[in-house]
Design a protein around this ligand. Sequence first.
Ligand code: CUA
Length: 326
Amino acid sequence: MRELAARLSSPGSAQADGGFWMPMQGSTGAVVVDSIFSLVLWVSVFFFVLIVFLMVLFVVRYRRRAGREEAEPSRRHNTPLEITWTAIPILIVTGIFIWGFQVFLNISTPPANAYEVLVTGQKWKWLFTYPNGHVDENLHVPVATPVRLVMTSEDVIHGFFVPAFRLKKDVVPGRYVKVWFRATSPGEYQIYCTQYCGTGHSDMWAKVVVHEPGGFERWLEAASNFLKTMSPAQAGEHLYRTRGCAQCHTLDGTASTGPSWKGLFGSKVTCEGGHVLTADEDYLRNCILNPTENVPVGFQPVMPTFKGRLTDQEITAVIEFMKTVK
Ligand code: CUA
């Protein structure tokens, strides 16, 4: 709750920087999408005002009143007028279609030199995998560079949405969807999930961090080496936050979807089926790799396996971190 309040009131958030009607424009695509949206909006406003004005005017002017009980005789048909009011809307909507279709093609076709990031949606977290194998919980990108996202889901349909980029695409299990964008200024932009995907849907947040020229390479280099630069427990905490552990395991003793990690290491765990195991390194490692095997009593076997998603070194780091959560 406190976290949510902080997010909403954070003065630096991308939304706060936008205007009253729209979030700020953070990408080249946002500018064209907004232009076409404005065109449709103002054409609609113009005709709405015109039609309502004429309607009210005619109702007042030609109303029935004393001495004017019958409608005045008037022309039933006016060919030039009818051609005009048919041709003008056709020209307008054809123009909107042609422009919109061009923009749609442009948004759907990434430039050949685009930098590629893999995006995985899962309950309830976005994960971003960089070409060197680094996985992060936020999308870091260089400024003014086309970035192509290849997105898929591990479980249900999620909706990848970056309001500042006017970028929104459903992420579907069992297939890859692709989008691209070119960020125009360094900063942080909010990512949302727009498909109701379960309990943690409203928590499925992440950020696009747009780096200054050169900053992205430095960030990627430093971020990829965290196992070398941090102590195992620190690295474990980083993994806890970036690999989705935190979605289900608290550190303060409250049970969530999974057991809290507080005091977990070394404790006796009663598993489904009645057997009691000690939560030592081997037990925890097995829980991470085969999560449905020894499910503690009171929890559902819903944890996904981390086989192939965490290396041995990373699993060790996570267990080292668990030991520090007392
Ligand atoms: Cu993922 Cu809503």
